[in-house]
Design a protein around this ligand. Sequence first.
Ligand code: SF4
Length: 401
Amino acid sequence: MKVQEINQILDEAKANPEVLATDRYIEAQLQRLGLLSISQQMGPNCNLSCPHCYKNFGRNRKGFPKLKTVQKTLEEAVESEFLQISLTDGEPIRHENKKLMKLFAEYSSKLPVAIMTNAVFAYSEKNTLNWMNFLKDNGLELKNNPSLFNISTGPTYKVHWHNYARFNWALKQVFPDADFGKILMYQYLGYGNLEGEKDNISLISRCISYYFNEKRKAIEIDENNNKYIPTGKTPILLGYRLCEPEGRAKQMKKHFDLLPSRKLREFTVETTPFSVKEWEFLVIDWRGNVGFGDSLRCGGIGRVYGNVNSEHLFKIWKKIDNDEIYQANKLGGARFLYHLAQEINPDFVVTGRINCDVCKEISSSYELVNNIRQKLKREGIIKEYKEYIDQRGIPTLESIN
Ligand code: SF4
């Protein structure tokens, strides 16, 4: 099947869930080439300790990726033609990661990089400018790198807006000819209480507008409350995302008072959402362990397929691509895996706060994951998927995205 045809079938399935029960859909998902982008963990040591952070990262945590491991990852990623690498889960732009950042900048013309930063480094004009010049001098390539700088912001980060102003200013100083909408985006993590967050969001959008919206054009807002700030070229995105507090926030009642839907509850297969086109990466932790998911928070022990220090990255990718768990995840997501877990153990029930808890709970048990894998091998993945649809019904339009 051609890529275009696969995408067309998946789009159809998104709009009409009946398609999920067809052989065309099964064939398209199983043939789809996935995990072409890498997500590299930069912590767990981080210069912030955000309450929402899913694994309690912070200054008191041990762990930075090693230069040797990252060098090998980059060499093999280029050789195997991966599409992109995102630096996240810990702050990339900080003194402790300087040698790694040099490497990412040097490789950026061969492997596009996306840098997720909390902008703490922009505490002074001098430091901000030094960092931008350092990245530029080491070859940071702009044209090749969509969403190069991805700034995480919102009340739980507790970073002063002056940092964003300094960062925008320095970016313009060092890369004056860039199409800023292509290399810069902001992601605001909020509580869904737009009235209460209005001032904060408007402060950040004014801060972007001041430096980039030269003609002071009107800002567009879409139905997800994302803002698009016009520039001379591509508009800059200030995205809005609902906070999914985990980590320390589990002890912080106020986060759950603000988000009543995030109260502790029992999940069922039928209400577990499923994404037709999963947001997925080949995820690499600071030790070089490789798995797959939306981020490292998806993975537990059952999602580790190899270590980049001892195996070629492509070989690990191939192992995942051929694995029944990954294929089942492509077909029916965490929802299908949850169904399979309950087939193996009817008493298996996930209790949690956010949808990710379903995946996390399943992948935290190596034994459970392996039992699911053996069942799929024995019975056949297509047969199991068809039985799941027959028994649980076709997911509703509201539960897929
Ligand atoms: S959310 Fe990001 S910036 Fe905050 S502690 Fe976690 S890794 Fe660091």
